[in-house]
Ligand binder design. Structure first.
Ligand SMILES: Cc1cc2nc3c(=O)[nH]c(=O)nc-3n(C[C@H](O)[C@H](O)[C@H](O)COP(=O)(O)OP(=O)(O)OC[C@H]3O[C@@H](n4cnc5c(N)ncnc54)[C@H](O)[C@@H]3O)c2cc1C
Length: 437
């Protein structure tokens, strides 16, 4: 929690995903005082929940955790978790911007909690684990996930029965059932919007009937199943715990489709689906794996080779548009596919289906006070300076401005930090070290 005296910062970064953390680190290394505001209970964004990353297949948390740790220990960075940015009001003529935030109650005092998890062991209530997309369970009070930062408990008021078991075992009296939300106004010399993305829901295409089957997954759910410390510890299909042996990926399931309001390409779906197919062929070696696709867009360095490697591993690529998915009696799914090679209509049965859902703006992006483009992502004001927004002193990085992979998100984050630093210099905000020298 920032003290009242700190309610004025050089830079405020909205979002503690990989883009926000990189921006914060770059600005903090130049001795600017940075506040990272993250609405979830931990920093790390989407990346901390991924299994491995394309095109190197490095472990995602092995790359993300050091960045999270560096940001949390940096003397020039303050992190507020459980805190949502509600409104950004740009400062004009060199004046600072004003940012309204709401600090939501965690019901655990972060200064007192030592992350011992005794509360979690004592809690009698199980709830679906949000970090595992409900595929696993956690307690009503728990540390959000193994390498969360801060590594401290959070209590979910929707599940808590106020039985007092957690408070009784807490060695530091950190549980505070009476905590209330608090709104703050923060003055910031510059603001960087790094609010990231959502996936459009698997139910967005009615003809895929995803609400009728537990075996139609979104790709972030599959990331958790593939993670070594995921909900089942191995890949099992959710409806009955069976090891899947015939798995389908449906590409462009939520993008390049005007009928669902997402006419654009989400850029990363081809690559993450190929990655997931490769990881599945290691995790479930006997399984048949098919990707149904319109085109494969392997756009980055080393990506085409990655795609060719997947084909060489025996993964089937079928050029076809999936028209319908129907659940069948044994929990399997029948896909009706129009072949884009010869126009034939195919009917194939699979026991697990992953819909490569489109990347869409965060639901609350509209209303934050930053000008958005026609697609709902943050509008970039200058095509040759893509991190500049329409607002003076307000910049953007990562998926807040549109779908992109991790490499591009990090590059853009450093560019945003550089633009933000130049804005601070122009408006006379001098880094602390420089003043002291
Ligand atoms: C299934 C899947 C697999 C992928 N695999 C790969 C891969 O292998 N390799 C690769 O290069 N890319 C991959 N990607 C893309 C990668 O996930 C993104 O490039 C990256 O996560 C973007 O980071 P970000 O910081 O921009 O956004 P996010 O990770 O979404 O972070 C944004 C943060 O902002 C916070 N936030 C949002 N609104 C507010 C608010 N109002 N107030 C406070 N905080 C807020 C959010 O809680 C979140 O923590 C994958 C994507 C998907 C969907």
């Amino acid at each position: 929690m920032i003290a009242p005296s700190q309610q004025k910062v050089d830079a405020l970064v909205v979002g503690g995903g990989i883009a926000g953390l990189q921006t914060a680190l770059d600005l903090a290394d130049q001795d600017y005082k940075v506040l990272v505001v993250e609405k979830e209970a931990s920093i790390g964004g989407r990346m901390i929940a991924l299994s491995k990353v394309f095109p190197t297949l490095d472990c995602a948390s092995c790359i993300t955790t050091p960045k999270m740790s560096s940001a949390s220990r940096h003397p020039n960075i303050t992190i507020m978790t459980d805190t949502e940015v509600l409104k950004v009001t740009q400062g004009t003529e060199g004046k600072p911007s004003r940012v309204k935030v709401r600090k939501n109650p965690r019901f655990v005092d972060l200064d007192l909690c030592i992350g011992c998890s005794l509360c979690e062991y004592a809690c009698p209530v199980e709830r679906p684990d949000p970090f595992e997309w409900g595929l696993g369970a956690t307690k009503a009070i728990s540390v959000p996930f193994t390498n969360a930062i801060p590594p401290k408990a959070i209590l979910d008021p929707e599940w808590c029965t106020a039985c007092g078991a957690c408070a009784m075992v807490c060695p530091t009296d950190a549980i505070d059932y009476g905590e209330r939300a608090q709104e703050l106004d923060i003055e910031a010399g510059t603001v960087v919007m790094a609010t990231g993305f959502d996936l459009n829901p698997v139910t967005v295409k009615k003809e895929y009937r995803a609400s009728e089957s537990a075996n139609i997954l979104n790709p972030l759910e599959l990331e958790r199943l593939l993670a070594p410390h995921g909900p089942y510890g191995r890949v099992l299909r959710p409806s009955d715990g069976k090891i899947p042996d015939n798995i389908a990926f449906v590409l462009c399931a939520g993008s390049r489709d005007k009928s669902i309001g997402v006419p654009y390409c989400s850029r990363v779906c081809c690559m993450y689906s190929i990655k997931q197919a490769m990881l599945l062929s290691g995790a479930v070696p006997m399984a048949e794996i098919t990707l149904y696709y319109m085109d494969i867009r392997a756009f980055g360095k080393g990506y085409e080779q990655f795609y060719q490697n997947a084909k060489a591993m025996g993964i089937t690529f079928t050029k076809g548009k999936v028209a319908r998915i129907d659940p069948v009696d044994n929990d399997n799914l029948k896909l009706r596919v129009e072949s884009l090679e010869d126009g034939r209509l195919l009917e194939n049965e699979h026991d697990l289906v992953i819909l490569a859902q489109g990347i869409v703006p965060r639901a609350d992006a509209d209303g934050l006070g930053v000008v958005l483009d026609h697609d709902g992502f943050v509008k970039c004001a200058d095509p040759v300076a893509p991190t500049k927004t329409e607002g003076e002193g307000i910049f953007t990085a990562g998926c807040a401005a549109g779908p992109k992979d991790i490499v591009d998100s990090i590059v853009e984050a450093s560019a945003a930090a550089s633009e933000a630093a130049q804005h601070l210099i122009r408006t006379g905000v001098v880094p602390v070290q420089a003043t002291e020298a």
